[in-house]
Ligand binder design. Structure first.
Ligand SMILES: NC(=O)C1=CN([C@@H]2O[C@H](COP(=O)(O)OP(=O)(O)OC[C@H]3O[C@@H](n4cnc5c(N)ncnc54)[C@H](OP(=O)(O)O)[C@@H]3O)[C@@H](O)[C@H]2O)C=CC1
Ligand SMILES: CC(=O)[C@@H](O)[C@H](O)COP(=O)(O)O
Ligand SMILES: [Mn+2]
Length: 381
């Protein structure tokens, strides 16, 4: 039996993780659950999965939930609550599927308690990759990727040495605006940007897919997960999202992982690794997907991808600045306060205003995030 806690259990990844636990009750036991404020759904999850503890980030909502469930289990709140759930001694693995760099602190807390991580929350590695990887090494803890591209690469490199790998090729769907003109994208409303062609996901990652920042964040995520130079990570547009990513080896072989676009497979692989188990994922029917195509990414219509490469090449605190600015600006775009290309415009501006430095602890990153937020507030006033 593997004991797991899920951070973000009411979200797209969190709910699919619970579906797998529901399917395999003899394999997975839920220890803890964490949400932002959706206490109605969390209450149903508590009834079904009987966790030992839960946390609701919003303190007022946490108190309402606690009164509803009449102290059957402990209800925490805030960042401390996330840390309590992530570091619970019964956990064998924490699935981190919250949105944004709020995922950093509970990830580090779990690692310090020698608990493995199933990582969907890519922002954790973008903001604090160096620290997180250092903690993993110190505590002999593994991060198993949940993000579909990184799960694909992880599956492709099983049995390969680092020296065998020449290049990582991350596939990108191209998002909903792949064939739109610059002018149309410029005026696109958030509701258009939310219509991802292949995946049903939360709002923030859907906007990131539309700007291609999602792929930029994934380049940085891959750099940390696989310890590979960013120059050796290539992005190719593959509109069908059937090849989830590829690895080129030094003898010019290309190894890819294929499947229907369904997050259940990477989530299940993270839970079952190093074993594979049977699940409810549909098999790929090559007669239906009989045309697989590839294109170069367009850095003019999608400037965020280039900004992410630039941030990683500069290194140090620059990816954290890029990530925080992106989180703030995506939220503004979702609320119709800015236009699509303002996301890239203000990220570029704040990157120009920041002198990157090598950070040594999480406090430096938290202070930097505050600086980014107030800088953007001033700029967008
Ligand atoms: N969806 C997907 O297919 C994929 C997602 N990812 C990554 O996984 C992560 C999650 O994405 P997704 O599931 O789509 O997002 P969703 O928006 O669907 O879900 C987010 C979840 O996190 C919870 N949450 C948000 N903030 C906090 C907080 N401060 N404390 C506790 N819980 C919080 C939300 O709770 P509440 O419901 O109460 O708001 C919700 O349960 C992101 O980093 C994304 O980039 C990666 C690959 C694929
Ligand atoms: C399912 C998943 O892993 C997402 O990150 C997905 O890749 C987003 O699609 P894009 O390829 O459009 O960014
Ligand atoms: Mn992905």
């Amino acid at each position: 039996m593997k004991n797991i806690s899920i951070l973000g259990s009411t979200g797209s990844i969190g709910k699919q993780t619970l579906e797998i636990a529901r399917e395999h009750p003899e394999k997975y036991k839920i220890v803890g659950l964490a949400v932002m404020n959706n206490i109605d759904e969390l209450e149903l999850q508590i009834e079904e999965f009987q966790p030992k503890l839960v946390t609701v980030f919003d303190e007022a909502k946490a108190k309402i939930l606690a009164s509803r469930i009449a102290s059957k289990i402990k209800v925490y709140y805030g960042v401390e609550g996330l840390i309590e759930v992530a570091s619970h001694q019964d956990n064998h693995m924490v699935i981190n599927s919250v949105v944004g760099s709020i995922g950093v602190l509970p990830t580090i807390a779990a690692i310090k308690n020698k608990i493995d991580i199933g990582l969907a929350n890519k922002e954790t590695l973008v903001a604090a990759g160096k620290l997180v990887l250092e903690e993993c090494k110190k505590n002999n803890v593994s991060i198993i990727p949940v993000d579909s591209e990184h799960s694909a690469i992880f599956q492709c490199i099983q049995g390969e040495t680092d020296e065998n790998i020449a290049k990582i090729i991350l596939t990108a769907s191209g998002g909903p605006f792949r064939n739109w003109s610059y002018q149309d994208i410029e005026n696109a409303a958030a509701k258009e940007a939310l219509k991802h062609p292949n995946w049903s996901m939360g709002k923030k990652i859907s906007i990131d897919s539309a700007t291609l920042m999602n792929k930029g964040l994934e380049v940085i995520e891959a750099r940390w997960l696989f310890g590979i130079d960013v120059e050796k990570i290539e992005v190719v547009i593959h509109p069908q999202s059937v090849i989830h990513s590829m690895v080129e080896t030094i003898d010019a072989s290309i190894i890819g992982q294929l499947g229907v676009p369904d997050m259940k497979l990477p989530i299940q692989y993270a839970l079952s690794y190093p074993k594979r188990i049977k699940g409810k994922v549909k098999k790929l029917d090559f007669k239906r997907y009989n045309t697989l195509t590839f294109e170069e990414p367009d850095f003019v219509r999608f400037p965020c991808l280039e900004l992410a490469y630039a941030a990683m090449k500069i290194g140090g605190t620059m990816p954290c600045v890029l990530n925080t600015a992106n989180e703030v600006l995506v939220d503004y775009y979702l609320k119709d306060k800015i236009k699509f290309y303002d996301i890239a415009k203000y990220i570029e501006k704040i990157m120009g205003a920041h002198n990157a430095f090598h950070y040594n602890n999480v406090e430096e990153l938290l202070a930097l995030e505050e600086w980014v937020k107030s800088w953007l507030l001033d700029e967008l006033r």
